[in-house]
Design a protein around this ligand. Sequence first.
Ligand code: AMP
Length: 282
Amino acid sequence: MVIFKEIGPLRAYFSENGRHQLMRGFVPTMGALHQGHLELIKTSKRDNAITVCSIFVNPTQFNNPSDLEKYPRTVEKDIAQLEAAGCDVLFCPEREEMYQKTSTLQFDFGKLDKVFEGEFRPGHFSGVALVVSKLFNIVVPNRAYFGQKDFQQFKIISRLVEELNFALELICVPTQRESNGLAMSSRNLRLTAEQRTQATVFYRSLVFAKTELQAGMDFKSVHERVAQMCAREPGVKLEYFTLADRENLNRLESVNEASRSILLLAGFVAGIRLIDNMFVEA
Ligand code: AMP
């Protein structure tokens, strides 16, 4: 795997030895890599001749400075995992390489970035859209891979690609979970083994809700039951739990007939914020 910290040499590498003709898959990450990230790499390797991963803890998408400061950084281990997974290129710039000036550019996706994560993390999606646009312009991939775990992010990036005419295909990879159901996340590294077990209440809530909705229970009753399940778990605080249309993220009261519903939730375990979601068919 070749590693670049600077944009110039990365661009030069892609233009050399006919590499510009090879299909290029791209997996942007913030590091602290786990099996979820590696699944994106694996999918990209299957589809493309060159797989590029980026590791950059993007300051413009953190609305909470302490969250940015405490975000896990495990670069040596990440490099070893990427090597083992057969990643071809790693781009891991310093902050100054990505933001030579303080950027004032703002993105507004209408309703899409105001609900759910957008409501609780103001400015987050504008920061995501900014860094993803920059990375797409630097890496110039044919395909880019994102996780379903961050489903609202996937919808926003899809809109970004459409509106700014990025010439690439986006692929949404299913959420990878621990054997107990907990969605893999870099933030899980900040939890103890006991807290990780408590965090499975979010997965259990999604499975319960999906089953009950499909059996005909209304979402209001499901929501009450889920709130109770979470309240019973020590150290767990549910922030939001919603049923939405997968296409436009409009809230729903029952599973929609076109079978395009999604349950989305966010919550805290011992003060660490986690998110998860699950598709629900009618
Ligand atoms: P992050 O490093 O958390 O910004 O994530 C980088 C990419 O990995 C994003 O596209 C995430 O949606 C994706 N990702 C994170 N966790 C998982 C997971 N458990 N399963 C699949 N993809 C994931």
